[in-house]
Design a protein around this ligand. Structure first.
Ligand SMILES: NC(=O)c1ccc[n+]([C@@H]2O[C@H](COP(=O)([O-])OP(=O)(O)OC[C@H]3O[C@@H](n4cnc5c(N)ncnc54)[C@H](OP(=O)(O)O)[C@@H]3O)[C@@H](O)[C@H]2O)c1
Length: 234
């Protein structure tokens, strides 16, 4: 008899998790904040300046015309008061931001969606070399007391923020060395309508997932699209 195929749907309940977002005032962080708040999660947008975070949260609530469960605070507060923390700062500020938040992030699941990319005229986007192997592995090296998971690299901020897009049709590759943590992050991805979290390997494999964003950017430029991935046969 064939063994029943395992599916990426046997996952824990992530509905009660609160989410903090470092660099949540940018398009990517704000877009994720918007979708997770719409899914009922309490979200804290983080920023280097509390006022910027509060403004971003107020902007989302005003646009939604409802009481979205979203607020704004400085990054350390967003990190400290949330169950799960997403890192959505630019690559340039990645290491220093995480080094400054080791205590607040200790014991937590930290989701890294940072793509270390360069851009050059005539070359387009390309992956930058990273000493630790990838942004996610750099996060794990800095945050030895946290459970680092890599996810949401290929999610278009434009679509996350677009109120006319009800469902985000894509698979989110979730990578990490801790099964419980990757399961929970897969479940979190599934909280956004249309999205599915699919396990994509250990953190050691995060580099090519981050780098593949450069290919997606090329696809987007050629076809004027906001391309995402779908994994077949799972
Ligand atoms: N944009 C996308 O479609 C997309 C998709 C997938 C993944 N990503 C990844 O998500 C991350 C954020 O992307 P984004 O487009 O939202 O970036 P962004 O707008 O350039 O930056 C996000 C926020 O990070 C803060 N920030 C800027 N420089 C910083 C520094 N040196 N140190 C600490 N914080 C800093 C700023 O917030 P405050 O000034 O308020 O602190 C800014 O609003 C990037 O690493 C990117 O690779 C982006």
């Amino acid at each position: 008899m064939t063994e029943q195929q395992k599916t990426p749907y046997d996952l824990p309940d992530a509905s009660g998790l609160s989410i903090g977002i470092l660099g949540g005032t940018g398009d990517q962080g704000k877009g994720l904040a918007r979708r997770f708040a719409l899914a009922g999660h309490r979200v804290t947008i983080g920023s280097r300046k509390a006022e910027r975070a509060q403004e971003a949260a107020a902007g989302l609530a005003a646009e939604q015309g409802a009481d979205l469960p979203v607020s704004g605070a400085e990054n350390p507060v967003a990190a400290g008061e949330s169950d799960v923390v997403i890192v959505a700062v630019p690559w340039e500020g990645h290491k220093a931001t995480l080094e400054s938040l080791r205590a607040e992030l200790a014991g937590k699941i930290v989701i890294d969606c940072v793509n270390p990319l360069g851009f050059e005229k005539g070359k387009g986007a390309f992956a930058l070399p990273v000493e630790e192997g990838s942004a996610a592995e750099q996060a794990a090296a800095v945050l030895t007391g946290s459970r680092v998971v890599a996810a949401f690299h290929h999610v278009s901020a434009k679509l996350l923020l677009d109120p006319s897009v009800a469902e985000m049709e894509l698979d989110v590759l979730v990578l990490g060395d801790d099964r419980e943590a990757t399961d929970l992050v897969q479940a979190l991805a599934g909280r956004i309508p249309g999205m599915r979290g699919v396990y994509g390997g250990r953190l050691h494999n995060a580099h090519q997932v981050e780098a593949f964003t450069a290919n997606l950017i090329s696809i987007n430029r050629r076809y004027k699209a906001h391309a995402g991935l779908r994994v077949t046969d799972v």
